[in-house]
Design a binder for this molecule. Structure first.
Ligand code: ZN
Length: 439
């Protein structure tokens, strides 16, 4: 059955026969299972019965099905920059290097990088990606197949010649054109979205931060911000010192006038829109987790990027105590530690393994939730993405049954422990097999 007929556009009605299902965190079932898919959504998950045969049957009885993973922070534009910058560098030195690399890359190279990166996401079971785009925002990727892509338009006005109001106006227009593809034609991809990504408190003026938050609230678009990533960011806001502070001041002498004496999170908390997606949050003052919780923010932790820079331990326990939702994401390949293959850079299982080593007390089901139901909630798509059940989108991937042990309740732990070594065999988005491993 693993033939060309399994591929193609979403069938209006098809059945997957699976050898087991991990429907969600803490919900694994062994034995034969039938998933009925109608119009891109799962209509039923049941034991194979004697129901009338349907047009298309995918024989996945040698596979275990999992919900497609949701990755809330990538820069696919940097897919060609894996290992281009050495780890262990200071954050401001890394920023200088990435800016130079980006300036040296044509738009064509960046679009090509995004296309290749999106394919790599699919191959590791990721079906929804929030991708930060800068110069290629809105450019068509012309992908035959791919994950659901949410393009998050990067906004910043630290660089000379960048004006906050101009960026906000352009972003408003761009959001309004969100449902169109190239030349105004409807997009082929299963589902696309647009989001706003003011870069960070150090690269955005107050006007751009507050204006983008208002625009997100008006339009319903997700809003995401890099926050408190590095010690240099902390030092810049607390003491107006350090490499990042000097970098900003060298570009604009008036930059950061209002920063003194507060953590980056305290500085920005008043502008956070409710439900904002905050990336990193590595360096927090004691009251910062409560500030994030008060805005129902989601914190996105990127374990391998964190290791690349050698940051202080991620304050997971403090965020959890405050009631902040924490999810796992991969970040870009420009912060991939040496020794990790580029093609594994978007493999959430590899990142989750790193997280588990640093936080061994977290249950495997909770780690799975950080890549499925929790990021789906952050996108306002709970019950639609990140779970396999009646009425959910038919976004899923399959692992080889033989690589997992006899006890379904141990499958998630086994998969996580393998750190990506148990690779996906196929990935489905909206009921269509978007990727399948070669025989
Ligand atoms: Zn980032």
């Amino acid at each position: 059955m693993r033939s060309a007929m399994n591929r193609g556009a979403p069938s209006s009605f098809r059945t997957v026969l699976a050898g087991g299902v991990i429907a969600g965190p803490g919900e694994a079932r062994g034995g034969p299972c039938e998933l009925v898919i109608r119009a891109g959504r799962i209509a039923a998950v049941r034991r194979p019965g004697r129901a009338a045969p349907v047009a298309t049957v995918l024989d996945w009885r040698d596979r275990v099905v999992l919900p497609g993973l949701v990755n809330l922070h990538v820069h696919l534009e940097y897919t060609h920059l894996a290992h281009a910058i050495a780890g262990g560098t200071t954050f401001s030195a890394w920023v200088r290097e990435i800016v130079a690399h980006k300036a040296a890359s044509t738009e064509q190279v960046l679009v090509q990088a995004r296309r290749r990166g999106a394919g790599w996401c699919l191959r590791t079971g990721t079906t929804t990606v929030l991708d930060i785009v800068s110069r290629t925002a809105g450019l068509p990727l012309e992908m035959e197949r791919g994950p659901r892509l949410i393009e998050a338009r990067e906004l910043m006005d630290l660089p000379r010649g960048c004006d906050a109001q101009q960026q906000l106006d352009a972003a408003r227009d761009w959001l309004a054109r969100g449902s169109e593809g190239a030349g105004g034609r409807p997009r082929r991809a299963p589902w696309r979205g647009r989001a706003l990504a003011p870069h960070s408190p150090y690269a955005c003026s107050n006007l751009l931060l507050s204006g983008s938050a208002r625009l997100a609230a008006e339009s319903g678009a997700p809003w995401t911000l890099h926050l408190a990533e590095s010690e240099e960011e902390w030092t810049a806001f607390e003491r107006r010192q350090g490499g990042l502070w000097e970098l900003g001041r060298a570009i604009r002498p008036e930059w950061g006038e209002g920063w003194c004496g507060r953590s980056p999170t305290a500085y920005v908390a008043g502008w956070l829109p409710p439900g904002g997606i905050v990336v990193h949050a590595n360096y927090l003052a004691p009251g910062d987790p409560d500030l994030l919780a008060a805005k129902a923010a989601t914190v996105v932790h990127c374990p391998l990027s964190h290791a690349f820079f050698g940051h202080a331990p991620f304050p997971y326990a403090a965020l959890l105590r405050a009631g902040v939702r924490v999810v796992l994401a991969t970040d870009s390949l420009a912060t991939l530690p040496a020794g990790v293959e580029a093609t594994r850079g978007y493999d959430l299982a590899a990142h989750a393994a790193r997280f588990q080593r640093a936080h061994p007390g977290v249950a495997p089901a909770d780690v799975l939730a950080m890549m499925t139901v929790a990021p789906a909630q952050a996108l306002g798509r709970a019950g639609e993405l990140g779970i396999v059940g009646e009425g959910t989108r038919a976004d899923l991937f399959a692992l080889p049954r033989r690589a997992l042990g006899p006890r379904p309740e141990a499958w998630v732990a086994e998969w996580l422990e393998a750190g990506g070594e148990i690779g996906a065999l196929a990935t489905m988005v909206g009921g269509a097999v978007e990727w399948e491993a070669a025989e």
